[in-house]
Design a protein around this ligand. Structure first.
Ligand code: SF4
Ligand code: SF4
Length: 134
């Protein structure tokens, strides 16, 4: 059965377009700012923020091609290539290399996607149901 497996191509930790930048919750802003005080967030006005990252994320280890703050990374990073849109809808990133290699996921029904992106949906449901350390 098809299951998402990250290719560690580093693409999702490098940003050019603002709409691709992570949408984060207020408590995540606080946690990220505790790690670095030079981060920029733009509020949506509903308790969520756009994390403005130009180029590589400051928490990306380019040598190891890994996130340096795996335990602290926000929900948007945990659920990628699922994307929590600014309007609250969920989308599948067209930019993810794995998605490009598996275009059939874009035609799948929701119940199939739940299995393909099992870990990512689990992270999203944990967040939405409030199982987070605030
Ligand atoms: S927090 Fe980690 S996973 Fe998220 S964009 Fe930065 S390096 Fe990538
Ligand atoms: S773009 Fe997709 S395959 Fe590449 S590192 Fe990000 S999640 Fe993994």
């Amino acid at each position: 059965m098809l299951k998402f497996e990250c290719l560690f191509c580093e693409k999702c930790c490098y940003f050019e377009d603002e709409e691709e930048m992570p949408v984060v919750f207020e408590d995540e802003v606080r946690r990220l700012r505790a790690l670095r005080d030079d981060l920029e967030f733009v509020p949506f006005g509903d308790g969520r923020y756009r994390w403005i990252i130009r180029g590589y994320c400051p928490f990306f280890d380019r040598e190891k091609r890994r996130c340096k703050i795996h335990e602290h990374k926000p929900t948007s990073c945990r659920i990628y290539p699922l994307i929590l849109m600014g309007d609250g809808n969920l989308a599948i990133s067209e930019e993810c290399e794995w998605v490009k290699e598996h275009p059939e996921v874009k035609e799948m029904e929701f119940r199939e996607l739940l299995l393909v992106f099992e870990d990512e949906f689990r992270a999203l449901f944990r967040r939405l149901l409030g199982f987070v350390n605030k």
